[in-house]
Design a binder for this molecule. Structure first.
Ligand code: SF4
Ligand SMILES: [Zn+2]
Length: 161
């Protein structure tokens, strides 16, 4: 979530995709011509750190705005377009940072707990969760060696390889 983008934008997967406000992207902006993204007002600008490449922004990091190059296409209007507030952007960055930290913790546990080569039988263990100190259930498949993890605490880490 960034300034300049609509809070309802959720990505375009196929022709039936609708945004969070129920607007079908292809029917509304497709116009049966190529260049759908250039006409969509959903991501009017993107925001990125002034000193780094990419679009990931850490909490509190300074940003710059750059207008999307529409290559001659005109941006269409949407009555339901709604930009996030400063507070929403700040909260989203904190949430994203926390989610990233949880994902990294999961990857670390999976790599240290994993038996190599893959075990002859499925294995499982309950360990202390590094995020919340709760109970983290780990299991490894004898079939492909993949490690799954799920913490008992609501909203904490869980992953499937
Ligand atoms: S600008 Fe309109 S179509 Fe695009 S995400 Fe927002 S509400 Fe949906
Ligand atoms: Zn946990």
């Amino acid at each position: 979530m960034n300034h300049g983008s609509c809070i309802h934008f959720n990505g375009v997967r196929d022709a039936s995709s609708t945004c969070g406000a129920g607007v079908n992207y292809h029917l509304t902006f497709g116009d049966q011509r190529p260049g759908l993204f250039l006409r969509m007002p959903c991501i009017m600008f993107y925001t990125k750190p002034a000193h780094r490449r990419g679009t990931y922004v850490k909490p509190g990091e300074p940003t710059v705005r750059e207008e999307v190059n529409r290559r001659g296409e005109t941006c269409m209007e949407c009555a339901q377009r709604q930009e996030p507030t400063d507070e929403q952007v700040a909260r989203d960055r904190v949430d994203s940072e926390a989610a990233l930290a949880r994902a990294v913790a999961g990857i670390r546990i999976a790599s240290t707990w994993r038996a190599k080569p893959k075990p002859a039988r499925d294995r499982a263990e309950v360990v202390v969760c590094p995020i919340c100190n709760g109970k983290l259930h780990l299991s490894q498949s004898a079939l492909n060696g993949h490690v799954h993890g799920r913490c008992e605490t609501d909203g904490c880490i869980s992953w499937m390889e």
